[in-house]
Write a protein that binds this ligand. Structure first.
Ligand SMILES: [Zn+2]
Length: 237
């Protein structure tokens, strides 16, 4: 079981922990700030220092049981690493911060489109989000302008959680969510952008929409009869 520090604090760049499991090409740590691939957001990259030796982390993924988190080491050589070894870790912060800015901007897109999102991928400088538009018409320039207006309003972004029980008792609340919450885990983590968007999400986000900076909708594409793909980019990566 890995303690997932990134769920509480998306801004922590370094952490000391210890190795709890060693695989052929990856290690599992007691606690981590590395975000594992999920919810459309790529896994973190960075560096681990173990026993005076530096290792590049090329990808981060959940273990099959989703309790542990696998830090994949470039070159895949874990032979010198032992359970109990102390680890100093550092994420590639500039990359992560761009992913946070992009992920929060995807939630802004969700707030401006009434249709259901059907898929998406957060990238470092550009991202895409697919919608089953059900007839809603989108104008590229208007969407860019509306997104930038939300960035300029400097809206606070906060992390919360809601239990399955509360979800059950508040169908109206569920209806206001732009993405339907998964059930059965006991509770789900939520992300709220003040006055704008509320949805279940496990990703890492900026604290305030002002941090995103200027956005541009680069293209709108038809993907199938119903699906529309919105491509979005940071103007200043
Ligand atoms: Zn999200």
């Amino acid at each position: 079981m890995t303690e997932k520090v990134f769920y509480q604090d998306s801004y922590q760049k370094t952490l000391q922990s210890e190795v709890i499991e060693v695989l052929d090409d990856a290690v599992i740590l007691a606690a981590t700030i590395f975000y594992p691939l999920g919810g459309g957001q790529p896994g973190d990259t960075g560096r681990l220092t173990i026993g005076g030796r530096d290792y590049r982390v090329s990808d981060t993924r959940f273990a099959q049981d989703r309790k542990g988190i696998l830090h994949y080491l470039e070159g895949g050589d874990c032979t010198a690493i032992r359970v109990g070894d102390v680890v100093d870790m550092e994420i590639d912060w500039e990359r992560r911060h761009r992913l946070m800015r992009m992920h929060t901007s995807m939630h802004l897109v969700c707030s401006l489109i009434t249709a259901q999102a059907t898929g998406g991928a957060v990238g470092e400088t550009s991202s895409r989000l697919d919608f089953d538009l059900q007839g809603q018409v989108i104008d590229k320039q208007q969407l860019s302008d509306d997104l930038n207006a939300l960035v300029t309003r400097a809206l606070p972004v906060s992390i919360g959680s809601i239990s399955d029980e509360e979800l059950e008792q508040n169908p109206d609340l569920v209806r206001t969510m732009s993405v339907q919450p998964p059930r059965g885990a006991g509770s789900v983590r939520t992300i709220t952008i003040e006055d704008t968007d509320y949805q279940p999400c496990g990703g890492t986000h900026v604290r305030n929409t002002a941090e995103i900076g200027e956005l541009v909708v680069t293209s709108l594409k038809n993907k199938g009869a119903q699906n529309k793909r919105i491509n979005l980019a940071l103007v200043e990566p």
